[in-house]
Design a protein around this ligand. Structure first.
Ligand SMILES: Cc1cc2nc3c(=O)[nH]c(=O)nc-3n(C[C@H](O)[C@H](O)[C@H](O)COP(=O)(O)OP(=O)(O)OC[C@H]3O[C@@H](n4cnc5c(N)ncnc54)[C@H](O)[C@@H]3O)c2cc1C
Length: 229
C-alpha cells in the first residue's frame, strides 16, 4: 500500500474525526512545520499537520495512519538538531505543542505529571512556588518541550551533576501505532517488576509511539547554579 494517501481522504476521514482547527493541510503551514533546527536534512512531502489538543486527537491520528499505512512524525517544539522531527514523504506531522497542561503536582511524593507539549522552563517555573525542581536543563530549556526531551533523553549542563532526562522519568502514557493508549513505568520510587519499557521508550525519538503524558521525579528546590570557567 502506498504511503501517499490523497489529501482529500485525509481531509474527509481524519478531518471529520478531529475537531475544528486540529487538522491543517495548507501547503505554506505544512512547509513551516516540516523541519527542526538541523541543517541540511531532507524535510519534504508532508500531507497534513495535526495540532493535537488531546489524547483522543493523537489516538484518532494513529488509527487513521495505521489504516492507510501512512508514516507519522511526532513533533514537540522542533528544536531538535538531528532532523528527527522533519517531514518524510507522505507523512502526517503530529504536533504536541498545544498539550501544555500541568496535570498534578504531588509535593509529598515529589512528582509532577504533565502533558508532553509543556516547555521545560515553564515546568520549572510552575514547580518553583512548591519548593521543587526538575533538574534536566538542555541548552534549549526555554524552547523545547518535555515530550521532546523525553523522546531524545535530553541532557544539559546541570546533568553532569544531577543526571539526564531518563533519570527523572517515572511513568509515561503513550499512544501506540494502532491508537492503543498504554501506561509504562510506575509513579513510585520502587518499580522493579518486568522489563524496563520506560527506559527503552526514553530516547526512542518517536519510533515506538507518541508520549502523551509524563510523570517526572522531582528534587527539593535547587540553589542558583554557578558556572566556573
Ligand atoms: C539552542 C539549542 C540548544 C540545545 N541544547 C541541547 C542540550 O543541551 N542537550 C540536548 O540533549 N539537546 C539540546 N538541543 C536539542 C533539542 O533541543 C533537544 O533534543 C530537545 O529535547 C528537543 O525537544 P523538542 O520539543 O524540540 O522536540 P522535537 O525537535 O520536536 O523532536 C525531537 C524528537 O523527538 C520526537 N518527539 C517529540 N515529541 C514527542 C512525543 N511527544 N512523543 C514521541 N516522540 C516525540 C520527534 O519525533 C523527534 O524525533 C538543543 C537545541 C537547540 C536549538
Amino acid at each position: 500500500m502506498s504511503p501517499f494517501v490523497p489529501v482529500e481522504v485525509v481531509r474527509a476521514e481524519l478531518g471529520a474525526a478531529l475537531g475544528d482547527g486540529v487538522l491543517v493541510t495548507d501547503p505554506d503551514v505544512l512547509d513551516a512545520h516540516s523541519r527542526d533546527q538541523a541543517l541540511w536534512c531532507p524535510a519534504d512531502g508532508a500531507v497534513a499537520l495535526v495540532r493535537a489538543r488531546s489524547v483522543a486527537d493523537v489516538q484518532e491520528t494513529m488509527r487513521f495512519a495505521t489504516r492507510h499505512h501512512v508514516p507519522v512524525v511526532p513533533q514537540g517544539t522542533r528544536t531538535g538538531l538531528s532532523g528527527g522531527a522533519n517531514a518524510v514523504p507522505g507523512c502526517i506531522l503530529l504536533n504536541l505543542e498545544r498539550m501544555t497542561r500541568v496535570l498534578e503536582i504531588d509535593a509529598a511524593e515529589r512528582t509532577v505529571t504533565v502533558e508532553p507539549g509543556i516547555i521545560n522552563q515553564d515546568l520549572k517555573d510552575a514547580l518553583a512556588p512548591h519548593g521543587l525542581s526538575y533538574p534536566p536543563d538542555p541548552g534549549s530549556v526555554a524552547i523545547s518541550s518535555i515530550g521532546g526531551n523525553v523522546a531524545t533523553n535530553a541532557g544539559g549542563l546541570c546533568c553532569v551533576k544531577y543526571g539526564v532526562t531518563r533519570d527523572y522519568v517515572r511513568q509515561l502514557r503513550v499512544v501506540l501505532a494502532d491508537g492503543t493508549l498504554t501506561t509504562i513505568g510506575t509513579t513510585t520510587t520502587k518499580g522493579v517488576a518486568g522489563l524496563d519499557l520506560r527506559g527503552l521508550f526514553v530516547g526512542s525519538e518517536g519510533t515506538l509511539g507518541v508520549v502523551v503524558e509524563v510523570t517526572l521525579r522531582l528534587v527539593p528546590a535547587l540553589p542558583e547554579p554557578l558556572t566556573a570557567v
